[in-house]
Design a protein around this ligand. Structure first.
Ligand code: NAD
Length: 302
């Protein structure tokens, strides 16, 4: 039986833990939000009250945290004197971070882990909460060949497609490219549906037409941003996340940072980032990212 410690039990971490438990793994969990951790007790997880208690005795530690600053604090320690898990885990523990963060932080943690004799991979995911619940996530791994092999043995319980993008940090870079595209596609989907509505079209009929036409894309197919079209989509559930708008803004910001360092033009991604910045500034950052549709509807003349 595999013994896994899991840290970060939010919209993604929670269903991932459920799938690890379903696969017969022994899972110990920790989150600074104690409510998130307690709810997993009834499912068979061992709820730890400190990070140290969580990782002691684990063969593998998985983290699913919001951003780079959280990952650096959890692995390396923080400025308030909190020590990082690299100084808590047992010898030989394998480390997987599945958060979406900047490649530089992922490389820093990988380097620090290696210097202490630990194998660490970055393994961000794609597939959203639905993919996490169904155990069909795509994992994009950055790390050594050996790290990739070890990661496959664990990630098979929570994902379907597991890719080796390259060396440490490359998983994050590939994920950033993917989410740049997703931010653009979600903005474009909101824009096209809103334009159709302003011109008298039924958005449900328009969605069906575009799904069988060249405008087809992931947002339209699985995550329609117009309320009432897809029963299970966040749009039909008051835009409850899902994937929070603040996390999409973070990811588009990571795209912008990468583009600045490689001097790459990303006009579409920059525009999508700014749309989310305007939208979030109006108090929408905790809503699902498909709520950008409301931003478009507000500008409409209806
Ligand atoms: P979330 O905010 O719902 O969950 C993050 C959890 O981490 C929270 O429960 C928070 O309390 C916990 N946390 C923060 N700091 C901590 C610390 N120091 N110690 C322990 N726990 C701590 O976010 P999420 O939607 O689950 O996303 C997690 C990551 O996955 C993000 O990087 C996000 O970009 C990425 N992601 C999310 C989705 C999605 O659809 N939600 C899809 C793909 C990737």
């Amino acid at each position: 039986m595999m013994n896994i410690a899991f840290i970060g039990l939010g919209n993604m971490g929670h269903p991932m833990v459920l799938n690890l438990l379903k696969a017969g793994c022994q899972v110990s969990v920790f989150d600074i939000n104690t409510v998130a951790a307690e709810s997993l007790k009834a499912e068979g997880a061992a709820v730890a009250s400190t990070m140290e208690e969580c990782v002691k005795g684990a063969e593998t530690v998985m983290t699913m945290l919001p951003a780079g600053e959280h990952v650096r604090a959890v692995y390396l320690g923080d400025h308030d004197g909190g020590i990082g898990l690299l100084r808590m885990v047992d010898e030989g523990t394998f480390l997987i971070d599945s958060s979406t963060i900047d490649p530089a932080s992922a490389r820093l943690v990988a380097q620090e882990a290696r210097s202490k004799g630990f194998e660490f991979v970055d393994a961000p995911v794609s597939g959203g909460v639905a993919g996490a619940q169904a155990g069909t996530l795509t994992f994009i791994v950055g790390g050594t060949d050996d790290g990739f092999k070890q990661a496959q043995a664990v990630l098979q319980f929570v994902g379907k497609n597991i890719f080796h993008a390259g060396k440490a940090g490359d998983g994050q870079m590939a994920k950033i490219c993917n989410n740049l595209m997703l931010g653009i596609l979600m903005s474009g989907t909101c824009e096209a549906l809103s334009l159709g509505m302003d011109n008298g079209l039924d958005p449900k009929v328009l969605s069906e037409i575009m799904l069988q036409s060249s405008g087809r894309n992931w947002a339209l197919e699985l995550y329609n941003p117009c309320p009432g079209i897809m029963e299970k989509a966040p749009a039909s559930n008051q835009f409850q996340p899902g994937f929070m708008a603040k996390l999409m803004l973070k990811d588009l910001g990571l795209g912008l940072e990468a583009a600045t360092s490689s001097q790459s033009p990303i006009p579409m991604g920059t525009l999508a980032r700014n749309l989310y910045a305007f939208h979030n500034a109006e108090g929408n950052e905790l809503k699902d990212f498909s709520s950008l549709f409301e931003f478009y509807r507000k500008q409409s003349k209806e």
